[in-house]
Design a protein. Sequence first.
Length: 363
Amino acid sequence: MSDQKKNTQPPVDTALLILVLVLAVFGLIILLSASEYNGRVRFHDSAYYFKKQLFATSLGLGAMYIISTMNYRFFVRLAPAAYLLSLLLSTAVLLVGQEINGSKRWLNLGPLSFQPSEFAKVAVILFLTWQIENSRRRTDGFWFMCRTMLTLLPITGLVGSNNLSTAIIILGIGVILIFASSPRYMQFVALGSAGIGFIAVFLAAESYRLERLAIWRNPEKYEKGFQTIQGLYAIGSGGLFGRGLGNSIQKLGFVPEAQNDMIFSIICEETGLAGAIILILIFALLLWRLCVISMHCQELSGALLSAGIMGHLAIQVILNIAVVTNTIPNTGITLPFISYGGTSIVFLLGEMGIALNISRYRK
């Protein structure tokens, strides 16, 4: 009996687990509603996107359970190999990647397609955690901050060449993890200035990125502003309590690819302002639990991993909602757990598995 008690793992954070399951189920429900028109028109199956997302979510939940039972330190030890693999996969995308809707972001693996940029986010969180934990020098100096960010430049450059939004997320994760290891404010002023300059160079490198700035300022003047305008129509027409689940008008071809980046506008149209606020509150609670896990973890590596996962989710949620509401220019970023994307949901749930395992080692 005593041996069984020794082998029993401590419980995971129940609140975090419930929030993740709620988001996964809600994501499937709203995806079925948002994608039924496109599925019926393109594939003669209104549940086409739902079935694929359900399969990916099932894989992700299985991975989350398995990972939650494994010691998170195992993944930290694999961090250098994971980072090198992400560099190789991102290079392969540039060479032999599949182009969809004008973006080359996918690798074909037989009948399946894989988006290496999603793996790159996880690899960066693991690698920076490993790097900071194993640093033999002080972690509170400006040189340490620069040295750490420089290690991200190869993957940022490879991913950012065809996916600027993911490059911004990777840089944001780096800033958050450096701040978590050395919370001094003044040195981040210089880092922020360098980051703004880096993003400005990326924007100027391609004319279509500068065009997005013009569309953001005045979407009515440009044909490509159609998606933004229709998304705003969807948000406005939802009112306080929405048209009702499944009753969106804008998903009927007015909002292009409604199941992807613009799905938040369909949520607003069908569930109204009330539904949108509830969803944002659920995301806020999820981020709060990740913050609590990070602060209460017994080891630096666990605290940094949880902070990195929290930063990843926070940046992506904020960017997606800001794009849909036209607060910032369109960057082509998905809403975590909600938007269509098999690779995204699998790796997101894998990250949640790591966070659940870290919660077993809280103080």
